[in-house]
Design a protein around this ligand. Structure first.
Ligand SMILES: *Cc1c(COP(=O)(O)O)cnc(C)c1O
Length: 366
């Protein structure tokens, strides 16, 4: 009997996550200098990392011989203060992706159901399948979550519901009233995961923290990340905010030193960098308007975005992705999300946005 017949049976059909293509990889493949390539494919911060975070990490480098603080005391303390919660409401992960995996370990197994929306973040289905749970995909409404239909899809077997708001890859935003009603209607035995990776880009943030503060909702967890507006995607750091008892359970799953020292130091300093956040928000707002306006003029369909990227219907998304890549512009094809006619473009700097648009016009002969 070979080792392969003993593997977790889910691995046989589990899809591999397709990340945005790294600049260096595309440079090697096309024989182009890396400096000539721009990446607008993973919703990263085009202004770079927070300068305060960089300086803090430089300092932390000198102590890299020591294990990190496994409980990330200072970072939790500072985050808790900023959010108006207690450190015991917080769990940190190597990206919020790791929080999703903790949730899988805690609640998913064969027979359990996990509810997501059509066009959801790709990691939810992957983790669900990995743990052998059943994925229930609820049809989207105007490319966004149909929360009423998701509510109706809950059965006695349902253990987890994932809602990203704003959603990735569509950028859609569910209305605050609808989210509040949904939170209140989800049965106590179902964990509702509100993924707030893009919440910092909203002009009027939907503040769900009061529901966590009162410790009244043990079946609600919010997820946030330093990968997007804070510009620290390469550090891998995200967190969950929830009821202390739920957090305590997830803490048992966490590896003792999952958050390395540089990540802790960088994130801690980034929390103080209000100026970087302000500049990033402004750049994003301007860039989003630029693309919306241009696509309207080009008669290309878009989905109204509340995040730092825009989904645009270009015909053959894979062809457009390939052709843009040959011109040194990396975007994200959407075939894996059942949106083969679309590409997703992350908002870049003004210069990057111009270059992307010019290349797209060439490729579409517009
Ligand atoms: C980018 C993103 C995340 C964050 O992932 P990290 O692991 O923190 O880098 C989480 N959820 C959604 C919907 C995202 O788009």
């Amino acid at each position: 009997m070979s080792i392969f017949s003993s593997l977790n049976p889910s691995l046989k059909t589990l899809p591999v996550y397709q990340p945005g293509r790294p600049i260096e990889e595309v440079a090697r493949e096309l024989g182009l200098p890396a400096a000539d390539i721009i990446k607008l494919a993973s919703n990263e911060n085009p202004l770079g990392p927070s300068p305060l975070a960089l300086a803090a990490m430089q300092n932390a480098l000198a102590h890299i011989n020591l294990y990190p603080d496994g409980n990330a005391f200072y970072l939790k303390q500072k985050l808790a203060e900023k959010l108006g919660v207690e450190p015991k409401n917080l769990i940190l992960g190597t990206g919020s992706n790791e929080i999703i995996e903790f949730i899988g370990h805690a609640l998913m197994k064969p027979g359990a159901e996990v509810i997501v929306s059509q066009f959801c973040f790709a990691v939810y289905p992957i983790v669900t399948h990995l743990f052998g749970a059943n994925l229930i995909t609820v049809p989207a409404r105007s490319y966004g979550h149909d929360l009423r239909a998701m509510q109706a899809a809950i059965t006695p077997q349902t253990r987890v519901v994932f809602v990203a708001n704003p959603n990735n890859p569509t950028g859609t935003l569910a209305r605050f009233e609808d989210v509040l009603r949904f939170i209140n209607e989800v049965p106590e035995g179902v964990l509702l995961v509100m993924d707030e990776a893009y919440v910092d880009f909203l002009e009027e943030p939907l503040d769900l923290l009061p529901m966590v503060r009162e410790d009244k909702k043990p079946n609600l967890i919010l997820m946030r990340t330093f990968s997007k507006i804070y510009g620290l995607a390469g550090l891998r750091i995200g967190y969950g905010i929830g009821h202390p008892e739920l957090i305590a359970a997830l803490e048992k799953i966490r590896q003792p030193f999952n958050l390395n020292s540089l990540a802790q130091a960088g994130a801690l300093a980034a929390l103080d960098d209000a100026e970087h956040l302000r500049a990033t928000r402004l750049n994003n707002k301007t860039g989003l308007k630029f693309f919306e306006h241009a696509f309207q003029e080009m008669n290309l369909e878009t989905v109204p975005s509340a995040a730092n990227f825009i989904l645009v219907r270009v015909g053959d998304g894979q062809r457009v992705f390939n052709e843009l890549q040959r011109r040194g512009v990396i975007v994200r094809p959407m075939g894996g999300y059942q949106l083969p006619e679309w590409v997703r473009i992350s908002i870049g700097t003004t210069q990057e946005n111009f270059r992307c648009l010019a290349a797209l016009k060439q490729v579409l002969h517009l």
